[in-house]
Design a protein around this ligand. Structure first.
Ligand code: SF4
Length: 224
């Protein structure tokens, strides 16, 4: 039986509806997220991770803080406010901002807000110590502007610098797809995201999902 206590309200509602749906899962309508099917038959995983949330104090604190943040700001707070609240809930004093150079203005504003809210803030730009793309084996056809110095971003350096500065919570500001992956792998502090890079939608990637039946139908019809 699914225990909905650990799900956000919307997910809990979907899970409850799914429990009422006829089985087998293959007969469920298209709108059922595939991730639901993927959770079936993984009781051992669910049990293990539930145990970790109870017994590992670090994970427990993050989980409780996340749930409290969701409840406290539900339908009231912007993500910026949620990050402030979450940071306080986990006892963070020093925040790290890992920013894309293209979002430097927004990162300055975020930094100003977090300082006004009483945090210390350390920021590192993605171009810190950057290498030309040729130094990692990328050819001219793999560049945006062939023939010129084109630096590759250094998310590992961003994470390491924030690790050395002993930040309590890191915040990503528009790192590219994949650069964010490298940052997540190397960051010692828990990391959340304030801005998700999407150059086409004004950093609102869900727009592609909302529009995939019309404006972005190429997504569902890759052969066209
Ligand atoms: S590669 Fe991505 S993260 Fe780096 S500067 Fe360009 S847009 Fe920003």
């Amino acid at each position: 039986m699914t225990d909905n206590r650990f799900l956000p309200p919307a997910a809990a509602l979907i899970a409850a509806l799914l429990l009422l749906a006829p089985r087998p899962a293959a007969a469920l309508p298209d709108l059922v997220p595939e991730i639901y099917d993927a959770t079936l038959g993984f009781d051992d995983v669910v049990e293990k991770t539930r145990g970790e949330l109870r017994d590992d104090s670090g994970l427990h604190n993050l989980a409780v803080a996340a749930a409290r943040t969701e409840a406290a700001g539900y339908l009231k707070w912007t993500r910026v406010e949620e990050i402030v609240y979450f940071a306080r809930q986990i006892g963070a004093k020093k925040l790290g901002i890992a920013t894309c150079v293209g979002l430097i203005q927004e990162s300055r504003l975020a930094s100003k807000i977090f300082r006004k809210q009483g945090f210390k803030v350390v920021s590192v730009c993605c171009k810190v110590g950057s290498l030309d793309k040729s130094e990692v084996g990328l050819g001219p056809e793999e560049r945006i502007r062939p023939g010129s110095f084109e630096p590759i971003c250094m998310p590992l350096a961003q994470a390491e610098i924030l690790n050395q500065r002993r930040t309590d919570l890191n915040i990503l500001m528009g790192l590219c797809v994949g650069h964010d992956s490298l940052f997540f792998k190397r960051s010692e502090a828990p990391t959340t995201v304030l801005v998700v890079k999407d150059r086409v939608t004004g950093h609102n990637p869900v727009a592609a999902l909302y529009g995939c039946h019309f404006y972005y139908k190429r997504l569902l019809n890759p052969a066209q």
